[in-house]
Design a protein around this ligand. Structure first.
Ligand code: ATP
Ligand code: MG
Length: 502
């Protein structure tokens, strides 16, 4: 074994109602990529938060470079050489890209004013060095796409010249090219002797990039082993603690001719120019995949159908009748639900309890005529969904921001399922979700379709669209490049549409 950079010794961390970490001990070797895997709620982020000065451990100790490491705040951990890229994007939306990167350490003029020119220049240099050329330092972060924000988080952490870099699901919103790019950066860091802690639910990535893998389960340390001794199946079984079969089987629809589409979209254009002349039909009980590169207009298309994106022209039909959808409320009224991407930015009310977050849209139907909420019924419904989706929370009153990332995502899925939608639009519903929870969500999607709900599943994961969908739409630069039938679809065909090489 090589030099140890960090030693975690019997660390325990409790939150009200949950023991997030129980007596966790393992060591991290210098200059290696050390992956941490485990199901949603296993304690991965909590452990990283302890290493990076967000939380104290209740018991146990951490050593960094041979010294006891108890950091009272992230800035102190950064000074000691530990930087963290958080799972939930933590940038300030109204500040520019450059201001976010150099927040708290911006260059100043002699008189003490911030030298914005220098800050922007430093930012541009940093981004160029990393090969991220598409972000303008002066753009307010709120105007960036989620994947650009993620790249910016990464750039920010790298700019701190850390000795140990913690990446908590850095690739959840990145495309495959961007992931390759990030892995290139990590490989360079490894050659420079920088240690990376890498958390991901994408086991393929973990098995590619990591030297060592640690498995946590329910707050317990299960094992730490060299990558060579692991494979995907073994990892999953260690994470889940039981034998586990990932594959999904369903009966695909082959004939549409005898059915009227539930939803039909004709010649849709939005005002921003992100959707161009899109036409498609969605049939009852169909799972219609939607894929393409980030920026191809996929989310915008879902938002347009949901009334959250302004239309320039085009028509939407429901059961053959033309409908007007000007705002999300119109869509909800017509039985359409949208599960948006990026739970922190859109959708969840982080300071509110699980219960309120779940019943938000359905609330009217849980009230007496007087407007008073039917407490018992609400509680039963919420508890039912917590069980159905195996949401890990000590109670329905837990504040949502205290749930692990994956469990936050499941909360938002529950909100829309509760509403019994006829059409469900899902934008990357399994981002940041562990293998077991993922297959639960697949099962839910399949059962919904079986029950007649029509679903548009926006996903960048090839395996998801190929194994779940009846048909797959592929977008490129705002246009629909093609719709493939399940039978005729394979990875190569989809890629050729995605890259517009067909
Ligand atoms: N601030 C907090 N207050 C209360 N409970 C918390 C807090 N932070 C985390 N927890 C709980 O601790 C447990 C571990 O959460 P953690 O976020 O570390 O999981 P994770 O392994 O990162 O999961 P994911 O893959 O979903 O991100 C969960 O049960 C979570 O609900
Ligand atoms: Mg986490």
């Amino acid at each position: 074994m090589g030099e140890i950079i960090c030693k975690i010794d019997n660390v325990t961390k409790r939150f009200p109602g949950v023991t997030a970490l129980s007596n966790v001990s393992f060591t991290i070797e210098k200059g290696k990529v050390h992956a941490i895997v485990g199901e949603n709620g296993a304690g991965k982020s909590t452990l990283m938060n302890i290493l990076s000065g967000v939380y104290y451990a209740d018991e146990g100790a951490v050593e960094f470079l041979g010294e006891p490491a108890v950091f009272s705040q992230p800035r102190i951990a950064q000074m000691a050489g530990i930087a963290m890229i958080h799972q939930e994007l933590s940038l300030a939306p109204h500040m520019t890209a450059a201001e976010n990167i150099f927040e708290g350490r911006m260059s100043k003029h002699a008189l003490g004013f911030i030298n914005f020119k220098k800050v922007n220049q430093d930012c541009r240099e940093l981004l160029t060095r990393l090969g991220i050329t598409r972000i303008d330092p002066k753009t307010p972060v709120k105007n960036l796409s989620i994947s650009e924000m993620q790249l910016l988080e990464i750039a920010k952490a790298l700019s701190l010249n850390a000795k140990m870099l913690i990446m908590d699901e850095p690739t959840s919103s990145l495309t495959s090219t961007e992931i390759e790019f990030l892995h290139g950066i990590i490989n360079n860091l490894r050659s420079d002797g920088v240690t990376t802690l890498y958390i991901s639910h994408k086991l393929e990535e973990v098995l590619y990039i990591a030297d060592t893998i640690t498995v946590l389960r329910d707050g317990w340390h299960i094992t730490t082993q060299p990558k060579e001794e692991m494979d995907e199946k073994k990892l999953i079984n260690l994470m889940v603690g039981r034998q586990f079969n990932q594959m999904i089987q369903r009966e695909y629809m082959v004939r549409y001719d005898d059915k009227t589409p539930l939803l039909e979209v004709r010649n849709l254009y939005d005002t921003a120019g992100r959707i161009k002349n899109v036409s498609f039909a969605l049939y009852p009980g169909e799972i219609l995949g939607l894929t393409g590169l980030v920026g191809a207009g996929r989310s915008e298309l879902l938002q347009a159908v949901f009334g959250a994106q302004k239309l320039k022209s085009g028509d939407i039909f429901l059961n053959g009748r033309k409908v007007t959808i000007n705002k999300p409320g119109d869509a909800v009224g017509l039985g359409i639900g949208l599960i948006p991407e990026g739970r922190k930015i859109q959708g969840l009310f982080l300071k509110m309890p699980v219960e309120d977050n779940m019943v938000m849209v359905y609330l009217k139907r849980l009230c007496y005529k007087t407007g008073i909420i039917k407490k018992k019924k609400t509680r039963e419904l919420v508890t039912g969904y917590i069980e159905k989706l195996s949401i890990k929370t000590p109670s329905i009153n837990q504040i949502v921001s205290n749930l692990s990332g994956g469990n936050q995502q499941k909360t938002i899925i529950a909100r829309w399922l509760m509403n019994n939608p006829k059409i469900l639009l899902m934008d990357e519903p399994t981002h940041g979700i562990d293998v077991a929870a993922k297959s639960e969500i697949y099962r839910i999607i399949r059962d919904l379709a079986q029950a007649g709900v029509s679903i548009i599943l926006l996903s960048s994961e090839m395996i998801e669209v190929l194994s779940l969908c009846d048909r797959i739409m592929v977008m490129h630069h705002g246009e629909l490049k093609g719709i493939l039938n399940h039978d005729g679809a394979d990875q190569v065909k989809i890629m050729s549409y995605i890259l517009d090489k067909s």
